[in-house]
Design a binder for this molecule. Structure first.
Ligand code: SF4
Length: 187
């Protein structure tokens, strides 16, 4: 049977832009060039669930990492990831190759190199001046999102080694080009 036996794990919104916070997506459905690249390279794609859709739905506001750093978010993330990590473990044991996981830089959940942070974002927002101060405090910083942190912990506990890659939506074209070049060295 003709199968590549190579797998990549993708953050949910790479193949479903609809899960992103409304107003944020720079593509209408999927990151086509990346998906085409994996198809042309014989790499199967596993889609992670979207933790923010699961926990807060499509009407959620944009959050920062500090807001998701809760017992509930971490516990639910682990529950959502358990099945994927278990499947990866099974693939690896049976001779399949897991190329890596592609996350979304800048996300408080799925960021790999960069996440979204503010110590004061949240709380009461009815005062206009106070609201602007809070909005302006949001910044992109080095670090992983909470969902990725929990994925790595679970993978480590399960003996699953996964290389991490990322798409940066603030510079999507350039980041996909360099991501594809990087992944080619693993194929
Ligand atoms: S980055 Fe993660 S949490 Fe945000 S929309 Fe994509 S899959 Fe969902």
């Amino acid at each position: 049977m003709d199968r590549g036996k190579k797998i990549v794990v993708l953050s949910h919104c790479i193949i479903n832009a609809n899960s992103k916070v409304e107003g944020l997506s720079t593509y209408s459905s999927a990151v086509k060039s990346l998906v085409n690249f994996f198809m042309d390279s014989g790499v199967g794609m596993m889609q992670l669930p979207c933790p923010e859709m699961e926990m807060y739905g499509i009407k959620r506001w944009g959050h920062v990492k500090e807001q998701f750093d809760t017992v509930h978010f971490r516990k639910t993330s682990r529950e959502m990831l358990r099945s994927t990590v278990g499947q990866l473990q099974n693939y690896i044991r049976n001779g399949y190759e897991v190329i890596g996981l592609v996350g979304i830089d800048g996300s408080p959940s799925c960021g790999v190199e960069k996440t979204c942070s503010s110590r004061i974002w949240g709380g009461e927002t009815s005062e206009k001046e106070e609201l602007w101060k809070r909005i302006e405090s949001v910044e992109t910083v080095s670090g992983r999102g909470i969902f990725i942190e929990e994925f790595l912990k679970l993978a480590d506990e399960s003996g699953v080694e996964v290389e991490l890659f990322s798409v940066d939506e603030s510079e999507i074209e350039g980041s996909i080009e360099s991501l594809i070049e990087k992944i080619k060295t693993y194929l």
